[in-house]
Design a protein around this ligand. Structure first.
Ligand SMILES: [Ca+2]
Length: 424
């Protein structure tokens, strides 16, 4: 913005130069003020069992839907003290939580939920071990209950190991359903799933829940339970590449979100032993795993290969800080992705991507312009495990902790300990 201003304005007198200088100073100083934040408990009377998402129903009903990892979705009225909760869906008897990273991991409301009552969940199953993405409809007689007979399985993806399940389902601003899948688990991605575009693991997928694509293999025609958008990067499925793929090279995308102002897709990708990272995803992008871990080589790169670097990284140990692209970014061991704050209540937070380290509980913030971090820092140090974030329809941001509580993320009025990267 300032570039064009300087190019286009002929500074004919001192007052113009002074005014431009004041503008520039104001812009820089407002950028250099990441706010410190605090937690304010919402629904203080409610305690959730490993809450992993919180979605506000997009039907004007003022209800939050909170999936618990063991297989329940709990409804709680927005703005309430949490005393009145009700159970919307229960698949606990299907035992989705067979191991620590499996479970009921995500829920998303259809963009036309208000009129069609459709929503989508992600859960894990065994024998064979797999991820299931299903559609459910709200009960015709009780809007606080799912119609369990309405389940339509859109996609089942076989899983080789119990970890790295991804598990988020979220509609993009384009109306398509985005699905995050990890590399299938174990360590080092032993089957190279994330770099293999013939499989769905280690990917962000993009599908159309409103249509069905026919796949013709020889004499057989197989109708998928969803459509493949024609502008997906591999929609033509040449050479066995999967048309569902939107981006690849991810290890375990643990929470992603769309910036509601810019439409950008932000993904936190959990690292293996050394580096955690945040990526801004573009169509068809390769985010490096298992050839790269954040900004660093993980194994020898094939010649000519191109990978997209993250926008920020942090290491697992202090000894790695000198090698970090962001040496003043505190350490952590497992990233939890959040949201770019676009709410109205807290102007100092606007445009800050808020995320966390699950293990240490640290709440971080970063501002990114043109793919580069312009400022980053610690917004809050606190000890609770942060499993997920949530954003309500007003753009306010919440943290979901494994003490079973949900917290609104709000500025304290103080400045955060923030850093502006040196020019490299
Ligand atoms: Ca990466």
């Amino acid at each position: 913005m300032f570039d064009s201003q300087f190019r286009n304005v002929g500074y004919k007198n001192f007052r113009q130069i002074l005014a431009a200088g004041v503008c520039l100073f104001a812009a820089i100083s407002s950028r250099a003020e990441l706010p410190a934040v605090k937690f304010r408990s919402v629904f203080p009377e409610a305690t959730f069992d490993r809450p992993l998402r919180m979605e506000e129903a997009n039907d004007g009903s003022g209800r939050f839907f909170v999936p618990e990892q063991k297989g329940r979705i709990v409804v709680v009225p927005k703005g309430s003290d949490g005393k009145q909760t009700s159970e919307f869906l229960n698949i606990v008897d299907r035992k989705p939580l067979a191991s620590n990273e499996e479970g009921l991991l995500g829920v998303a409301f259809h963009p036309q939920f208000r009129t069609n009552g459709l929503l989508y969940i992600y859960y894990n199953q065994q024998n064979p071990r797999r991820s299931v993405i299903s559609e459910f409809k709200v009960s015709a007689t009780d809007s606080n209950k799912a119609d369990m007979a309405s389940e339509r399985k859109l996609l089942e993806v076989e899983q080789p190991y119990p970890n790295h399940k991804g598990g988020q389902v979220t509609f993009g601003p384009d109306g398509f359903l985005y699905i995050g899948l990890g590399d299938g688990g174990a360590g080092n991605d032993p089957h190279n799933n994330a770099q293999n575009t013939a499989v769905l693991l280690g990917k962000i997928l993009r599908i159309d829940v409103n249509s069905r694509t026919n796949i013709v293999t020889g004499k057989h025609t197989n109708s998928l339970q969803y459509g493949i958008p024609s502008d997906n990067p591999f929609a033509n499925r040449k050479y066995g590449v999967r048309g569902e793929i939107w981006a690849y090279g991810l290890r375990n995308p643990w929470r992603f979100s769309f910036d509601r102002e810019t439409g950008e897709l932000w993904v936190a990708d959990v690292g293996q032993d050394l580096w955690e990272e945040v990526d801004v995803i573009v169509k068809g992008g390769n985010y490096g795993w298992n050839v790269r871990e954040a900004f660093h080589p993980f194994k020898p790169e094939p010649e000519g290969a191109r990978y997209i670097d993250p926008v920020i990284e942090y290491p697992h140990t202090p000894t790695l800080l000198p090698e970090s692209k962001f040496p003043k970014q505190p350490i952590g061991t497992s990233i939890t992705g959040g949201y770019v704050y676009r709410g109205k209540k807290f102007p100092t937070l606007r445009g800050v991507y808020i995320y966390a380290d699950f293990t240490l509980g640290t709440i971080y913030g970063v501002r990114v312009e043109n793919g580069k971090a312009t400022e980053y820092g610690t917004l809050l140090s606190q000890p609770k495990n942060i499993a997920s974030f949530a954003e309500d329809l007003d753009g306010e941001v919440y943290a979901l902790a494994f003490d079973g509580k949900i917290y609104a993320v709000e500025p304290t009025g103080e400045k955060a300990q923030s850093n502006i990267p040196e020019q490299r």
